[in-house]
Write a new protein. Structure first.
Length: 279
């Protein structure tokens, strides 16, 4: 039992940085028409065009519910420690998402599955599954960070809430604040997110920077996906950088599998209850 607890603490530390990505949110609901907004240059053609592009782009992201798959890599910087891993992501809209992390010999060393009701972490070395409720308490038990898991998918695809109140135009970028207090910077050329800032638990400030492909959205793709997402924690300088290759999309569930029964029958731990194995 002691070995399982030691493993849990090490995984919790690693996943704590990875899941800092959860700090970015996506507000649903109707798209704002921008009425009532005021800014330092509210009448400028550039600002109004960028605001219109941003609303149209966000509307596409909210509407996308199909399946997707992407390969990529991740780099984690914690003070003087730098770790790099190859990863694979797949999911279906915002219903579920699965991350697989690969070792040096292309073996899966860790798998995280997130659905609206629960989170499941599988670590191949110890052949143990860990399951928690998909809420801030469950995420805290699994990773040590009390974040709402529902923030992960919107952050990855660059989905954000509507800009509310005053917006400003400066050096070719539109800036404003969402209803939940997240500060956004929008590219004045294409209406895509450049950066988002949010204050999380215990006042920790998180910054998310986006890198987008130079090409336009392919006709068959429902939305243009980022090619890089970088998350920084201002208080300690730690950083998570996720780089993505070509995104693949599927209608419905084609191309991806949500079948949890395919997982090996490893013992299950419930961190919320302490170091206990499910009966």
């Amino acid at each position: 039992m002691g070995l399982r607890m030691e493993w849990f603490l090490s995984v919790r530390c690693w996943m704590g940085c990875v899941l800092a990505l959860l700090l970015a949110g996506c507000a649903g609901g109707p798209v704002s028409d921008g009425s009532g907004m005021a800014g330092s240059d509210a009448g400028s053609v550039e600002q109004q065009r960028t605001l219109r592009q941003f609303r149209q782009d966000q509307d596409l992201r909210r509407r996308f519910l199909g399946g997707w798959h992407v390969d990529g890599s991740m780099e984690i910087r914690l003070k003087d420690d730098v770790r790099r891993h190859r990863m694979e992501l797949e999911g279906k809209g915002n219903r579920w998402i699965r991350m697989r992390v690969f070792g040096p010999f292309k073996n899966v060393v860790m798998e995280l599955t997130m659905v609206p009701d629960w989170l499941r972490l599988v670590q191949s070395r110890d052949r143990v599954r860990m399951e928690v409720a998909a809420d801030s308490e469950g995420m805290a038990a699994l990773t040590g960070l009390a974040f709402n898991p529902a923030w992960l998918y919107p952050a990855m695809i660059g989905c954000a809430g509507n800009l509310e109140g005053e917006v400003t135009w400066d050096e070719g970028a539109l800036s404003g604040v969402t209803r939940v207090g997240e500060t956004l910077s929008v590219n004045g050329t294409n209406g895509l997110l450049k950066q988002r800032r949010r204050t999380g638990v215990a006042g920790r400030s998180f910054v998310v920077d986006y890198g987008w492909p130079e090409r336009k959205r392919n006709p068959g793709d429902p939305v243009l996906m980022p090619e890089q997402v970088e998350i920084r924690l201002d208080d300690d300088g730690s950083m998570l950088t996720m780089s993505f290759s070509e995104w693949k999309f599927f209608k419905g569930s084609s191309g991806v599998s949500e079948d949890g029964a395919a997982l090996p029958s490893f013992p299950v731990l419930y961190p919320e209850l302490g170091d206990r194995i499910a009966p």
